[in-house]
Each structure stands twice: as C-alpha cells, then as structure tokens.
Write a protein that binds this ligand. Structure first.
Ligand code: PEP
Ligand code: MG
Length: 325
C-alpha cells in the first residue's frame, strides 16, 4: 500500500490567497494512471468503467472486471478512488447490446437505468468493485445519470445486497464504500437538499448537465452552437447545487469538460467548488492557473456572471475575465 505513496505526493494546489483546491484525475484506461500519478493527481475523481465493456464482444464477467478494478485500486493505493458504475448508452454504445435503440438514445434506457433493469449485470459489477477494493481505504462508488431519490436508494440497496452476498460467501470485500451521485439530470435540482442527507458525495457531470439543461444533444454538430456552458440557467443551476451540498458539508466535485476549460475556473471556484477532476493531461495547467487566482476576485466574477440573464451578457463577462489574465 505504500509503494506509490512517495510518487503520488501532491503539491497541494492553492489559490494565491491560500485556498486549497483538490485536483483529481478522470481515468478511462488503466494505462492513464501512470501519467495521473506523475502529474500529481490527488486521486481518481472519476474512473469510467465503460471501457472494459466497450472493447469486448460481450459483457465482461465478474472475474474479468475484478482483475481490471484490482489494478486500479492497487495502482492508486493510499489515494482516493471514485469508481463510476456502468454508464452505457447515449454516446457510449456497446456493439453487443443495444438497450437504448429507439428514437432518442440520450433519453433512453442508458446508464443507471440500464443497470437497474439488468440486475445481474449490475450485481456482477458491484461485486467485482467490492472485491477489488477489499484492502483499499478511500473508496467511493458513483452512480451516473441519477434522476430521483428512489433510483439512488435502489442503487444503494444493490450495493448492500452485494455486500451481504459476499459476506455469506466469506469472500474478502470492502465493508462499506461511500456512495454518491452524478449530477447530470436537472431533475435532481429540486430534491438536492434531500439528496444531501442520503448521498455521501456528489459529482457534477457538466457534459450531460448542459445537454439536459438546455435540451441540446452533446454530440450533434448541427446544434453545437446551442451547447453553451455559460447559459445563465446552467450557471445558476451549478451555483445552487454547490451551495446546497457544501452547506451540508458534503463534498462535491466537477468532472465534466467544463472543469478543464480555463475560462470557467474562476466561476467554479467563485461558487464554492474546491474539487476538480479532469483528464490527467490538464492537471499542470490547472495547477498553474489556480495558483495565480485570487478567491475574492473569483467570487466577484461569479457574482457578476450570476447576475446576468442572457447568453450575450454572460459571454461578455466571461470574455472580460479572460482578457484580464
Ligand atoms: C459528464 O457527463 O460530464 C461526465 C463526466 O460523464 P461522461 O462524459 O462520461 O458522460
Ligand atoms: Mg455523463
């Protein structure tokens, strides 16, 4: 467990006025872990489990998954690891299973909806995660595309059921990882306060959050002009969520692409985000950008962004902020 402890020692990113910001890595493939450690990631903020599923010609077995996840937890020993359950459908289609076939895959049986309706596949994955993390300390299971408390409870119950069955089999397993939700579907906004009493942590997936908030397909180039993270409702939604979660002392991170777009960093810090997860290659530039940022300036900028109601006005504020750097 101490093998990598030295190489992963992080520089502890802080703003110029000393506010600590945690920078973590989004990981798609195990081969990216080396660079994440080298670039001083403070852990894995999002491990996407789809890839072992995407590269095979059928669903990987519990054992196959166990071996992949075991390497993840071993290589990140001593560090926090957030592992997301299967997020297929929409932009991540499996060649051998097409549950989201239908007129609108982004709104179909994707992600957690697929897992909850294919319980054997879900349980195999949860058992593989729990077994692989038996000796890991800071383990967090993240459910994607959650749209209601009911769904979250059902997913959490599946984790408890898997723990019970592993216990009965005397199989080594993690006794109780933290469980959290991705904030991607705007329907969680109205019940975010209740979520803060049931979920251990939150992660905002801005790629999908923007898509569903504005109703614009994230992959359709014809409507790319509509895909605007600086839409006033997106900005206000993000601020509202971060406030509700941090008020309850639960942690919240941002793991969508907005998190590595430097122009949004002052806004995100200004609304209270202190944990950012990005593809490893973006870590150095983020460490640098944040260390030159002053939190009170960021708060002022965020307040101004939140006061605007049109795309034209938020874009103007954003551009002024970019020009001032
Ligand atoms: C997101 O939606 O922002 C996210 C991080 O998940 P993915 O890109 O895998 O859908
Ligand atoms: Mg997503």
């Amino acid at each position: 467990a101490t093998r990598s402890a030295k190489s992963v020692m992080s520089p502890l990113t802080r703003t110029s006025d000393g506010v600590r910001v945690h920078l973590l890595a989004n990981i798609n493939l195990l081969s990216e872990l080396g660079i994440a450690r080298e670039l001083k990631a403070e852990g894995v903020g999002l491990y996407r489990t789809e890839f072992p599923f995407l590269i095979r010609s059928s669903f990987p077995s519990e054992e196959e998954q166990y071996l992949v996840y075991k390497r993840l937890f071993d290589e990140m020993a001593g560090q926090e690891v957030t592992i997301r359950t299967l997020d297929i459908g929409g932009d991540k289609m499996l060649a051998y299973s097409n549950p989201t076939a239908g007129s609108n895959p982004e709104l179909g049986l994707r992600s957690i909806r697929f897992s909850l309706s294919h319980r054997n596949i879900f349980e195999q994955q949860l058992r593989a995660i729990l077994r692989a993390s038996a000796e890991a300390e800071n383990v967090r299971i993240l459910f994607p595309m959650i749209s209601s408390l009911d769904e979250f409870r059902e997913a959490k119950q599946a984790v408890l059921d898997s723990i019970t069955s592993l216990k009965q089999e005397y199989a080594p397993h993690h006794p109780g990882p933290a469980t959290g939700i991705m904030i991607e579907v705007p329907s969680v906004m109205g019940i975010i306060r209740e979520f803060t009493t049931e979920a251990d942590f939150f992660s905002i997936g801005t790629n999908d959050f923007v898509q569903y908030m504005i109703g614009v397909d994230r992959g359709n180039e014809k409507v790319a002009d509509y895909y605007r993270p600086y839409h006033p409702s997106v900005l206000r939604g993000l601020a509202q969520i971060v406030r509700a979660v941090t008020e309850k002392d639960k942690d919240i991170s941002i793991c969508g692409e907005m998190a590595h777009e430097l122009e949004y960093i002052p806004f995100l810090l200004g609304i209270g985000v202190r944990r950012i997860s990005v593809d490893p290659q973006f870590l150095p530039v983020l460490q640098d950008r944040i260390s030159h940022l002053n939190l009170s300036d960021a708060e002022k900028h965020a307040k101004e962004m939140l006061s605007k109601a049109t795309l034209k006005d938020t874009r103007e504020v954003l551009q002024r902020q970019i020009a001032s750097n």
